[in-house]
Design a binder for this molecule. Structure first.
Ligand SMILES: C[S@@+](CC[C@H](N)C(=O)[O-])C[C@H]1O[C@@H](n2cnc3c(N)ncnc32)[C@H](O)[C@@H]1O
Length: 203
């Protein structure tokens, strides 16, 4: 970050803190919040997303990348030829580790065993959290690190990344106060369920 700022000849102020509490920053004080690969370590994603919305200026852009909520539940779970989610998609607990291999991070030639607590925040948590922060979501992308290995070992992380996206990226724009009537989609979803909406089968 410092190197990039020096190369671009821009002044950068680095602040160390917990993303759950951005009170050091004033309301509407940023035009862009770029949030790379760290929401996965946070238990309360909505609290962070509301803080992001508070510090973003109207019209400002938020770009979030984090682990794909489905794929994160599958790493290291390959057994007897199939992938078995370690927890249900509907459970918000940290994703458990099954073995030491599962908690080993590769840093170049070094391997580090670190049982980091990770949360696979669901799409509805992220999108509705951004809405709660006064943002309009205007882009979602799903991707794996590339290029893919040509013949990944069955059951490996590289194999899983060819089947499901490793990461998601979500973009939001901070709305001006009163620009759109924001509502939570949860009410609409329960209304549809009450009418007996069912999953299409047998096609
Ligand atoms: C996987 S690294 C990503 C670093 C960098 N954003 C990037 O994309 O290269 C995760 C980072 O999240 C930071 N982190 C974890 N929990 C945090 C928290 N509660 N508040 C702020 N940063 C946190 C860690 O210190 C670490 O630097």
């Amino acid at each position: 970050m410092r190197d990039l700022a020096a190369r671009q000849r821009v002044r950068a102020r680095l602040v160390r803190g917990n993303m759950k509490d951005l009170s050091v920053f004033k309301d509407a004080s940023f035009d862009v919040v770029w949030h790379c690969h760290s929401l996965v370590f946070i238990d309360d994603a909505v609290r962070v997303l509301k803080e992001v919305g508070r510090v973003l200026a109207p019209g400002g852009t938020y770009l979030l990348s984090t682990m794909h909520p489905t794929t994160l539940r599958l790493y290291g779970s390959f057994k007897d030829g199939g992938w078995r989610p370690k927890i249900s998609y509907f459970v918000d607990r940290p994703v458990p580790y099954l073995s030491e291999w599962d908690m080993t991070w590769t840093l170049g030639k070094k391997k580090l065993v670190a049982p980091t607590i990770e949360f696979g925040h669901r799409f509805e948590t992220i999108v509705n959290g951004m809405v709660a922060g006064g943002m309009l979501v205007d882009g979602i992308w799903e991707f794996s690190p590339g290029p893919p290995e040509p013949h990944p070992e069955p059951g490996s992380d590289a194999h899983l990344d060819t089947l499901f996206p490793a990461f998601i990226e979500v973009r939001g724009r901070k709305l001006a106060a009163g620009a759109l009537p924001l509502h939570t989609p949860r009410a609409a979803r329960s209304a549809a369920a009450a009418k007996g909406t069912s999953r299409p089968r047998g096609r």
